[in-house]
Design a protein around this ligand. Structure first.
Ligand code: GLP
Length: 232
């Protein structure tokens, strides 16, 4: 018997909660339309509330992840397992779902990531955040348009932005989906939360397309939805 759908409670005056609910609804809709969807999933602060909502719906039996394949966007080298992005996704989302353990992919722990994605049928929906220097996933300024999954040395600004998650040494080496990997997704939702992202979002969407602002490559995508919790 279908479990009673409990109401999703949120502070509707809270723009971040509303943004998170809208993105969660888009993912829910995707899974209903295509139960075997291949999803590209971000980490960082922005998607946390969206993942909380998805976790709640999953625990209530409102979402079925059994045929989904989830692809993390990026991953650190040389960090404790507890600090990996895979652990972040496990703790914030996967643990509340029936997503099979073998369907939780990660660019560091999976050789030939782009081939695995292609063999799975390509990405159906990729959710992105944006770094204040214009990075998407861990594609830092200077990343060429023609880039696939690769390893990267993180910029000082990115290391600084993520430093709160690390007590000792801040990791500087990571693996990331490339620009081509991301642009190959049939649908993309770019989430930006907080006034601190306004300037870079302006540059990314209304400025020139340039490797110096990797998010600007998204301008060419035919099915990009940008969702913010500030007027834009
Ligand atoms: C991190 C991640 C990105 C994320 C971005 C913004 O470094 N590699 O996937 O989108 O930086 O993070 P936040 O949402 O915390 O601002």
């Amino acid at each position: 018997m279908q479990q009673q759908e409990s109401p999703t409670i949120l502070a509707t005056y809270d723009p971040y909660a509303t943004l998170s609910l809208r993105v969660a609804e888009a993912i829910k809709e995707q899974l209903k339309l295509a139960p075997g969807s291949r999803l590209g999933l971000p980490t960082g602060r922005t998607p946390i509330e969206c993942y909380r909502i998805l976790s709640q719906w999953s625990k209530n039996g409102q979402l079925d992840w059994s045929k989904v394949k989830a692809f993390g966007l990026d991953e650190y080298y040389d960090v404790d397992e507890s600090a990996t992005f895979l652990r972040f996704l496990e703790n914030n989302l996967y643990c509340s779902t029936n997503l099979p353990a073998g369907s939780r992919y990660n660019p560091l722990f999976c050789d030939n990531y782009d081939e695995v994605i292609a063999n799975a049928g390509g990405l159906d929906l990729t959710i992105l955040g944006i770094g204040t220097n214009g990075h998407i996933a861990f594609n830092e300024p200077g990343t060429p348009l023609d880039s696939w999954t690769h390893s990267i040395w993180l910029t000082e600004s990115t290391k600084q932005a993520n430093s709160e998650f690390f007590q000792g040494t801040i990791p500087e080496h990571a693996a990331t989906m490339g620009i081509q990997t991301i642009l190959g997704s049939r649908k993309i939702i770019l989430m930006a939360s907080g006034e601190k992202k306004r300037k870079i979002l302006q540059a990314a969407l209304r400025g020139p397309v340039t490797p110096q602002v990797p998010a600007s490559f998204l301008q060419s995508h035919k099915n990009l939805l940008v969702m913010t919790d500030f007027d834009f």
